[in-house]
Design a protein around this ligand. Structure first.
Ligand code: ADP
Length: 717
């Protein structure tokens, strides 16, 4: 029971004192609201006690004034509760002033109501924050003093509005005196208490600020911006600069200790009159007391304190990070150098390997085409297939080195997409006729389109997917799908897929197989061979073309590799020439070609095929000889090797182009490099054939390039 009453009193006190405080009220405002509530509660206490006293002594006029006072102070309490602190404060102060004036006037000076002005003035100090609202303190004090003066001038000594017995005056005076004394002591107590807590708080805040200052990982200096002298620093500053104590630092000129750049920065703040107070930050280096240099991340923040301008300079020692950074840069440079050397080595090696391979493939082609013994055919096929496989490996390694060096560039040449797909699949079809696997083609009729893209690279991707499908499928079928997905403006989005019914890939491996040198498992290498480069290169090419390659597969359920790429449609109108070419003679018999080649094996191989097609061939073993022959004879086409002694292919072509701008000149080359097509066009070549050449490809190219002339001969004789 007792505790219940105590609890109710405590909760009532809390309700009254906290009235008007919300969750989001700042600490400062909480303090002010609390003070106002205290002030209003005491004032209400005074008027209510007076009211009771008045009723008891039948002073009804005074009672009405006390009721009005109670009413107005209650309103002030609720106005504050509603969140209007300032209005409530003003209403409270005004009410008390007016109340004291009226009650003094009605009861007369003898009743001693003016005594309550003293605690009221104290309350003002208490309610209004003197430091922040000096103007408000002055105006309120003036009003209060004026009211007091007016009371003493205007109020009568004794009441003349209501009847107050003589002996009651002494009762009124003692009540007012008691109330005034009580209120004075209460307010004095609260003021002292508040000041004490305030002081404690300041001390604590200072302690906290010192701790923050000294536990900072940054060396912090405070510099007076006018005198450019250091006024303070933290403990970390002593550690970082290896100073024994603050005495060595405080009072020093900033440029002497922290160098010119810091001083200049502070001066630039000063010159801007600290108007644009945005901090400066960046990297600088400093020298410690023991002459050791260190790197630092610095920020300089300007600020104002008691009419003086200061700068706070925070210095974070980043020497270790910098050293690590240097190491990383050095390691990166080293790695880049090594990658370049490796890339160059791979490129050179591939080139060196291509030349003998060229000879092996060429000669085995000749042997297979010419009458050879039946018993040798099988071995010759093995020889041809193995050397072609080896060439594929060399090409993959070369591509990989380019890919690593970020040097793989796409070229643009016009071709018919459907014809391209048929010719890509055709070698696989003829190869698989004898196996248990069927090769099917599903090509959209709409894809009979002339497009411009890098046909060699697109072919490389499809070849890769097809040879993988062939390698990993023992029975069933392989399907090549090409579908038109979208046609927009001048481009067509084409979906390509190679599907097989082979061994499949486990889900865990489907991501990894696109990484360089990664195969599904070690068993694959043992059983099927391969380098694990094909898919990595294909992925890179497809991405470069603007697509993404994906795989759908499960062990034993076959695999489907698919990608979608946008391809540019070649502007219509040029097809008629192609049609004419189709109608042109299919034979290249009788045309005259100048073949410049320094490698005797290559010369024999190329000449053998050309002569088989009844082409008249003139040989030149270097550029000079080629130029000489060109000046003496008329040719339909020139087939010129790039690397030759005395005068290389490019020099010879540049001389030839001075005399003849139209003759088709085909570069015959084992070198493969970036942007080769454009480079050769710039050098005056019409086209190129990479060595080792496929005989049919060489024949087609010659036919294509000489078709117009042939057509003229064919038409007009
Ligand atoms: P390589 O064929 O030279 O090993 P790839 O990069 O072309 O290199 O292929 C990587 C691996 O992906 C292969 O070793 C194989 O494990 C797996 N793989 C690729 N295509 C298929 C497929 N059609 N069926 C099953 N596994 C495949």
């Amino acid at each position: 029971m007792k505790t219940n009453i105590l609890e109710s009193i405590l909760s009532l006190r809390a309700t009254i004192l906290d009235s008007g405080i919300r969750e989001n009220t700042s600490l400062e405002n909480r303090k002010n609201i609390l003070r106002l509530n205290l002030f209003l509660s005491f004032a209400l206490g005074v008027v209510i006690i007076s009211l009771l006293f008045n009723f008891f002594n039948q002073l009804y006029f005074s009672a009405i004034i006390n009721i009005a006072g109670t009413f107005l102070l209650t309103i002030a309490f609720f106005v504050n509760k509603d969140g209007h602190f300032n209005t409530a404060k003003r209403l409270g102060i005004m009410t008390l002033n007016v109340y004291l004036f009226v009650i003094s006037y009605v009861e007369g000076l003898r009743s001693g109501q003016y005594l309550l002005f003293f605690p009221l003035l104290l309350a003002l100090v208490f309610v209004i924050d003197i430091k922040k609202n000096a103007q408000e303190v002055i105006s309120t004090s003036v009003v209060t003093l004026l009211t007091t003066v007016m009371i003493f001038i205007m109020a009568p000594y004794q009441n003349n509005l209501q009847k107050i017995p003589q002996d009651l005056y002494s009762g009124l005076f003692s009540t007012n005196l008691a109330l005034a004394l009580l209120l004075t002591s209460v307010f004095a107590y609260f003021i002292l208490k508040t000041l004490e807590t305030h002081e404690e708080k300041i001390l604590e805040e200072k302690k906290l600020a010192d701790t923050i200052f000294d536990t900072s990982l940054d060396a912090v200096f405070i510099v007076n911006a006018s005198s450019l002298l250091i006024t303070d620093c933290n403990i970390r500053a002593l550690e970082v600069f290896s100073f024994p104590d603050k005495k060595r630092i405080i009072g020093q000129a900033v440029d002497k200790l922290l160098g010119h750049p810091v001083e200049e920065q502070i001066m630039s703040f000063r010159n801007n009159r600290f108007e644009r107070n945005s901090p400066w930050y960046g990297n600088m280096d400093f020298v410690r007391e023991n002459e050791v240099l260190f790197f630092a991340y610095v920020n300089i923040v300007p600020f104002q304190h008691q009419h003086d301008m200061y700068c706070k300079i925070s210095i974070l020692d980043i020497t270790e990070i910098k050293i690590a950074e240097f190491e990383i840069i050095k390691a990166k440079e080293k790695a880049e150098k090594a990658a370049l050397v490796k890339s160059r080595f791979l490129s050179n090696m591939s080139h060196e390997l291509r030349t003998p391979l060229n000879a092996i493939i060429g000669t085995s082609n000749i042997l297979l085409q010419e009458e050879s013994l039946e018993s040798q055919n099988e071995f010759l096929s093995v020889l041809k297939n193995s050397s072609e496989h080896m060439l594929q490996l060399v090409n993959d390694i070369l591509d990989f080195s380019k890919l690593e060096a970020g040097k793989m560039e796409l070229e643009n040449s016009p071709f018919n997409l459907k014809e391209f797909l048929l010719s890509t699949v055709q070698p696989f079809q003829s190869n698989m006729n004898k196996s248990n696997v069927q090769l099917e083609l599903e090509i959209d009729e709409e894809l009979n389109l002339e497009i411009t893209s890098d046909d060699m690279r697109l072919k490389q991707v499809l070849n890769n997917l097809l040879s993988n499908a062939k390698k990993f499928t023992e029975k069933g079928k392989i399907t090549v799908i090409a579908r038109q997905e979208l046609v927009k403006d001048n481009s067509v989005v084409v979906y390509f897929a190679v599907k097989d019914t082979g061994i499949g890939i486990s889900p865990a491996k489907t991501r990894q197989i696109f990484d360089s040198f990664t195969q599904a498992d070690a068993e694959t290498t043992r059983k099927y061979g391969g380098t694990g480069l094909g898919l990595a290169i294909s992925k890179h090419i497809v991405e470069k073309m603007g697509g993404e390659i994906k795989v759908k597969s499960a062990p034993g359920a076959g695999s489907e590799f698919h990608f979608t790429v946008p391809l540019k449609i070649k502007k219509p109108g040029k097809n008629s020439a192609a049609e004419e070419i189709v109608r042109a003679p299919e034979s290249i018999a009788g045309i005259r070609i100048l073949l410049a080649e320094d490698n005797p094996v290559n010369m024999i191989v190329a000449k053998r095929f050309l002569e088989k097609w009844q082409v008249i061939v003139d040989e030149a073993v270097n550029g000079e000889k080629a130029l000489e022959l060109f000046n003496e004879n008329a040719y339909d086409l020139l087939l010129i090797d790039l690397e030759m002694p005395l005068m290389d292919g490019a020099q010879a072509v540049s001389e030839i182009r001075k005399r003849n701008k139209t003759i088709p000149i085909v570069a015959f080359t084992a070198a493969v490099y970036d942007n080769m097509h454009n480079d050769l066009l710039e050098k005056g070549f019409t086209d190129f054939i990479p060595k080792p050449f496929r005989p049919e490809e060489l024949r087609k190219k010659i036919l294509q390039l000489t078709a117009y002339d042939q057509l003229q001969k064919f038409k007009y004789g």
